[in-house]
Design a protein around this ligand. Structure first.
Ligand SMILES: [Zn+2]
Length: 431
């Protein structure tokens, strides 16, 4: 009875509203206004103090000086005076996959993927370009995220990392990923410090050709300067790791700019290869400890494990490579090459969420200004992965952003003062 009465009342109200043209009140349902913060919008614009951000149905409706923005009638208003807003951070190279604890094959399940997307989100990483190892469940989550109800990080997928011992096998695998709906095609041209065989260049060329036939960009795992030049000449689309064997030279700088290709440093990927030879400083950082399982910390600090890493030739090789990578980020940033934040997190001991903050801090250590590093993690990253609906706080984009208590543009370490995270205007649980 009550239900019928409520329904009757509602339809009467709707009828009266439409008759009296009161519908604007209903149209403002789902609007939330954040008032008084300094807004870093992810574009080239300077941070805007005392600003207002209005989100309607999950997307940015208006952003501007508080004095210039009219808050729609009926909007929920949140006073965030004295705080800072920046767009959700985008990891242009991560992995959302099968890792559980320190087991890289713990389980590729929807539940495990959602756990990781929640973890990223609580750290303010609101989109992850998962570059390889993606299966049906990852594609399904990607397909399900274009909704104003979303409150976990967005995912984009590449499918399998393409391998094959013939041109036909390579083309078939590219087609299989494309048929599933991949956002990227991922390939490795690397020999893992001499330990494995590189993909032959004729097969690499076939891969790029087939990906482009399917209108998909190619993201390349590489290590060597020579391979980086080769992939640029082959018209591949995204450099997914730092050049780490040699300092980048003018020929490379000219080529990467001429081809308009983005560069993803993944500095923390290098860190993860050697840092557990001793107890890392971040093991005492509350911002790290708030999410890590104590059993993982314990396991990483077992003496056998630490001495094995200290004695590892590859660990020491990548430690040296990190110094080359850091210097290259500085040179490429000075040359105005588009640099996108990416970490290669997801595999064991590459901590999703926390490492993205470490990556941004290292990008500043490498020579970027805090605002450049934030741009590289927001607007530039979105451009680099071809996602036009995220990355900046401009009208029409998804309302993905973080609220901080201290200014990350003044000190990049303040990215760790994220107090709450919003995705499509919804507060991320536990953030
Ligand atoms: Zn990767």
């Amino acid at each position: 009875m009550i239900l019928i009465n409520a329904r009757t009342t509602l339809s009467l109200l709707a009828l009266v509203s439409s008759l009296l043209f009161l519908s604007p009140v209903l149209a403002n349902d789902g609007t939330i206004a954040f008032v008084g913060a300094t807004i870093i919008d992810g574009t080239d614009a300077a941070p805007l103090p005392n600003a207002t951000l209005v989100i309607t149905d999950g997307r940015v409706r208006t952003v501007g000086p508080r004095s210039a923005v009219t808050i729609p009638a009926g909007a929920e208003v949140v006073d965030v005076s004295g705080k800072f807003i920046m767009p959700g951070l985008i990891n242009a190279h991560g992995h959302v996959g099968a890792t559980v604890g320190l087991d890289g094959n713990g389980g590729y399940t929807t539940g495990n993927l959602l756990r990781q997307l929640g973890l990223y989100a609580r750290y303010g990483i609101t989109a992850i370009n998962s570059l390889g190892g993606d299966e049906e469940a990852g594609f399904a989550l990607r397909n399900a995220q274009y909704t104003a109800d979303l409150n976990r990080a967005r995912i984009y997928v590449a499918g399998s990392v393409v391998v094959g011992d013939s041109e036909q096998a390579i083309r078939d695998e590219v087609n299989r990923n494309a048929d599933m709906g991949a956002n990227f095609i991922k390939v490795r041209i690397d020999d893992n410090l001499g330990a494995t065989q590189k993909m032959p260049r004729n097969l690499f060329d076939a891969l790029v050709d087939q990906a482009h036939i399917r209108r998909l960009p190619v993201a390349v795992h590489l290590f060597y300067l020579d391979d980086a030049k080769y992939m640029l000449e082959s018209d591949a689309d995204l450099i997914a790791h730092s050049v780490r064997d040699l300092p980048v030279d003018q020929e490379f700088v000219d080529l990467v700019k001429a081809k308009n290709v983005c560069y993803i440093p993944t500095l923390t990927r290098e860190v993860s290869t050697f840092v557990y030879e001793s107890v890392p400083d971040f093991f005492s950082d509350p911002y790290f400890l708030k999410e890590v399982e104590p059993a993982i910390l314990e396991e990483l600090q077992t003496p056998e494990r630490m001495s094995r890493m200290a004695a590892s030739r590859s660990a020491q090789g990548y430690k040296a490579a990190l110094q080359v990578a850091m210097a290259n980020v500085g040179v490429l940033n000075d040359a105005q090459v588009p640099i996108a934040m990416g970490t290669d997190t997801g595999p064991p001991a590459r901590f999703q969420g926390y490492f993205e903050h470490m990556e941004i801090h290292m990008m500043v250590d490498a020579g970027m200004t805090p605002l450049e590093a934030i741009r590289a993690s927001t607007g530039v990253a979105a451009d680099c992965i071809g996602m036009g609906d995220i990355g900046t706080l401009e009208p029409g984009k998804w309302g993905d952003f973080s609220l901080l208590t201290a200014n990350p543009a003044a000190d990049i370490l303040n990215t760790k003062t994220i107090e709450s995270v919003y995705i499509a205007g919804n507060e991320v649980p536990g953030s």
